[in-house]
Design a protein around this ligand. Structure first.
Ligand code: ADP
Length: 360
């Protein structure tokens, strides 16, 4: 058992519902083990600028139901520099912070692994609505975000039905289509456009015409914000273009709505509170077992600690962003495992995508 006197916890990058549940779980689990907890305000910038506050079981008692992050979040470029890193390490030393649990997405984990390499043990807990970390089946915040989209889509459906309209809804997800895909299935969308799979626009328009001919008055199309089209050499978000084309081709009045950051907010769902609680407790256990430089992934419903460098590399492999040398140092078995993870994810997204045409 590792003897830590005090650990730090931070949230960084894009906020996600469930981050507070993770902060609460980490704080309670650590304090029950006799370890103090320092909350770091505003992600890595709080570490650089000594913005800290002690957390207690009382101070986190009522945050489980709150969206956003009570520790606030930030995007801190300075942390990527060696000077920034040295300031962060000096803060850890000054305030006797022996280890850090970082809640966030892939950028946050890149920062965490850098800290580990500089001698501060870290564990990463996922907190991103996008579900875009390839090494894990699930990221905290995803369920709430999907449900937010479904609830809003249902409201659009009501008004579309009344006025015989179509509504194109653009949803967050960065370059990952999971929120759009799952919310599209669950809201009965006629079509869903995501970055991972080529979109058959002609087929979608034919489907809308057919539905209209069959008497369907209200139709929804969900488009992920990560889908673009090149127009005059510029990347144009696809949702607005699609709205115009549907209206022109079908004669159906078609509206466009960009949900943007509303998808990030709101009280976390049970799934997100539960997963955040489990991951938070596991993160403390791992640190106390002397482990470091890991993120906690979920595989087939089980929590599995994964080496951060492995997780970030498989992510780049899946997103076709591998650079020369990225695979150096990994064993052939590791590389096989990475390919397997990518193949499983590709097959899963295709399987779910196929549900759209089968169910609408
Ligand atoms: P997310 O964690 O949601 O992916 P970002 O990509 O914005 O969000 O990353 C959050 C923060 O993590 C950044 O503002 C920066 O402080 C830190 N970070 C990101 N990439 C790196 C990196 N390569 N090295 C060190 N720190 C990084």
């Amino acid at each position: 058992m590792q003897k830590f006197k005090r650990i730090g916890v931070l949230t960084s990058g894009g906020d996600a519902p469930g981050m507070n549940a993770a902060i609460r779980a980490i704080t309670c689990a650590a304090i029950r083990q006799g370890v103090e907890v320092m909350g770091i305000i505003g992600g890595y910038s709080g570490l650089i600028n000594e913005k800290l506050k002690p957390l207690t079981t009382t101070s986190v008692a009522n945050i489980i139901s709150r969206g956003g992050t009570t520790l606030y979040s930030d995007r801190c470029l300075e942390f990527k520099t060696e000077e920034g890193m040295q300031k962060a390490i000096a803060t850890c030393k000054k305030y006797n912070i022996d280890a850090i649990i970082a809640i966030g997405g892939d950028g946050t984990f890149r920062g965490a692994t850098d800290l580990s390499l500089h001698g501060i043990p870290t564990i990463g807990v996922t907190g991103t609505i996008d579900n875009d970390i390839t090494a894990t089946d699930y990221t905290v915040g995803f369920d709430t975000a999907m449900n937010t989209v479904v609830n809003i889509a249902d409201q659009f459906r009501d008004t579309c039905q009344s006025h015989a309209r179509c509504n194109v809804i653009e949803v967050m997800g960065r370059d990952c289509g999971w929120i759009a895909l799952m919310a599209g299935i669950a809201s009965g969308a006629v079509a869903v456009a995501i970055p991972e799979i080529p979109f058959d626009e002609a087929k979608a328009i034919e489907k809308i015409k057919l539905e209209k001919a069959e008497g369907n008055r209200g139709m929804l199309v969900i488009v992920s914000e990560g889908v673009f089209e090149e127009v005059d050499g510029k990347k144009v978000p696809y949702g607005k273009l699609l709205r115009e084309r549907i209206e022109k081709a079908t004669g159906i009045e078609t509206k466009f709505a960009r949900l943007a950051h509303v998808v990030r907010g709101g009280s976390p769902s049970l799934r997100d509170r539960f997963t955040a609680s489990k991951m938070g407790v596991r993160a403390v256990e791992l640190l106390l077992e002397g482990k470091s430089d890991l993120i906690i992934a979920e595989e087939y419903g089980k929590l599995v600690p994964i080496d951060t460098h492995f997780a970030l590399t498989v992510d780049r492999m899946y997103k076709n962003k591998l650079k020369d040398g990225d695979l150096d140092g990994f064993s052939p078995e590791d590389i096989e495992k990475m390919k397997e993870i990518c193949d499983i994810r590709t097959a899963k997204i295709q399987r779910y995508y196929d549900l759209i045409s089968k169910t609408s």
